[in-house]
Design a protein around this ligand. Structure first.
Ligand code: NAD
Length: 416
């Protein structure tokens, strides 16, 4: 499998941004504005470890563009985080917010660390240290963080507590993805997966495939992958393949998803409990109707795009398909629902959480899901319509829809 190259991830994002802006009739000045974040902060965070020694961690926060409103995006804890990755992810957040028509620009953060090797106390001190380091740059009306890879509601709780201490008043709107008792929204934990499932349903409709017995392969069994496997299983589809970092399981008769979820650990791994597994590479090219990459970047590449047997790919992960592979699968007639559309459920419900924090009045889960459904479907229709009308692939269509609002706002503000 191709190694993750964050430079090329950023470069390919910039390339599609450029193509989208050109298609929309904008000039090079707008491309120059949009292809990099407006602000990028690198911080060094000293943390006292349990053995008494101090370890210094490097963290980042990128704010892509705040022409529309405050920036918004998650913080990931991962050993492979780079500045380029955080930049690319902040641009994708702008696109997601644009597609969902949220009053935000994109932001993103990350810390180079391995939470799997850190104690609870060390993680708390790192989370609080990060907030102290970026506190000048973030805030409920400036830039609003959220969970991402290997961060969760507990990390958000430490972060909101630290921020509230610094500001000397309770500031729930500073961060989303909080526990419900600290002002979290009902439905936030499953929002990304619910949104992906909504997009799978829309894609099935377009392709005229019945949901019942549709065969689904999901790569990644963490927050996004396990919930969406569960929802697809409950909806009557047949989840025939799942995987995690250690390997993959495939059964054409369908897997017992509730049992696998019960046995999964908190880092989304379960395949280590099985003797007979296949590799992630093998899983992606097994027979299925819908393939959902929900793990990491660069999984569908020019090396395997020709072998994929699905007729629909829905990208739950950020950046799982390269530009070259996008071209190949589109030419092969596979309907690709791109990441910036398919995985927008998380930021949409994060937006709902922020709205509820600002108004101090909280909605039922049904209300949240109904509003999510409305924004996701609207997004799908806009992207699919652009894809058909402008005769561009679904990724370029999504970028055109996603970047339009920020570009227009920047022009009204007189920035370009
Ligand atoms: P997670 O950390 O909960 O789970 C990741 C899963 O991927 C785990 O099962 C892990 O074992 C597996 N994995 C890791 N490396 C792998 C590899 N090399 N090959 C195969 N599998 C591997 O993360 P998550 O929150 O589920 O996020 C997954 C993807 O979805 C990421 O790209 C993330 O950016 C994206 N996403 C998540 C959310 C969200 O709200 N959780 C929102 C938007 C986008």
């Amino acid at each position: 499998m191709t190694a993750i190259d964050h430079n090329s991830l950023l470069a390919s994002t910039q390339l599609v941004i450029e193509q989208a802006l050109q298609r929309l009739g904008y000039g090079q000045d707008m491309v120059d504005l949009m292809k990099e974040p407006l602000r990028m902060l690198t911080v060094r965070i000293p943390v006292r470890m349990d053995d008494g020694k101090v370890q210094v961690f490097t963290g980042f926060r990128a704010q892509h563009n705040d022409a529309v409103g405050p920036t918004k995006g998650g913080v990931r804890f991962h050993p492979d985080v780079t500045e380029e990755e955080v930049k690319a992810l902040s641009i994708w957040m702008s696109l997601k917010c644009g597609i969902a028509d949220l009053p935000y620009g994109g932001g993103k953060g990350g810390i180079i660390c391995d939470p799997r090797r850190m104690s609870f106390g060390e993680l708390e001190r790192l989370s609080r240290g990060y907030v102290r380091a970026i506190s000048q740059m973030v805030g409920p009306n400036k830039d609003i963080p959220a969970p991402d890879v290997m961060t969760n509601s507990q990390v958000m709780a430490w972060m909101v507590d630290e921020y509230s201490h610094i500001r000397e008043f309770d500031s729930p709107g500073f961060i989303t993805g909080k526990p419900i008792v600290l002002g979290g929204s009902k439905g936030r934990e499953t929002a990304t997966a619910q949104g992906v499932v909504m997009m799978i349903f829309e894609a099935l409709k377009v392709r005229g495939i019945a949901l019942k017995d549709a065969r689904v392969i999901v790569q990644g069994f963490g927050n996004a992958g396990s919930y969406l496997s569960k929802f697809m299983h409950e909806a009557g589809a047949k989840v025939v393949g799942i995987s995690d970092v250690n390997g993959a399981l495939y059964d054409p008769e369908g897997l017992d998803i509730p049992d696998l979820i019960d046995r999964r650990d908190s880092f989304g791994t379960v395949t280590n409990l099985f003797k007979n597994t296949i590799t992630n590479e093998e899983l992606l090219v097994q027979p299925c109707d819908i393939l959902v990459p929900a793990a990491i970047e660069n999984q569908i590449t020019e090396d395997n795009a020709h072998q994929i047997q699905a007729s629909i790919i829905v990208e739950a992960a950020n950046g799982p398909t390269t530009i070259e592979a996008t071209k190949i699968v589109t030419e092969r007639g596979i309907l690709l629902v791109p990441d910036v559309l398919a995985s927008a459920g998380g930021v949409i419900v994060s937006y709902f959480e922020w709205v509820q924090n600002n108004q101090g009045y909280y909605w039922s889960e049904e209300e949240v899901m109904q509003k999510l459904q409305q924004l996701m479907t609207q997004g799908f229709n806009k992207v699919y319509e652009t894809h058909q009308m402008k005769q561009v692939d679904m990724r370029l269509a999504a970028y055109m829809v996603g970047v339009r609002k920020t570009a227009e706002a920047a022009r009204y503000r007189g920035w370009v």
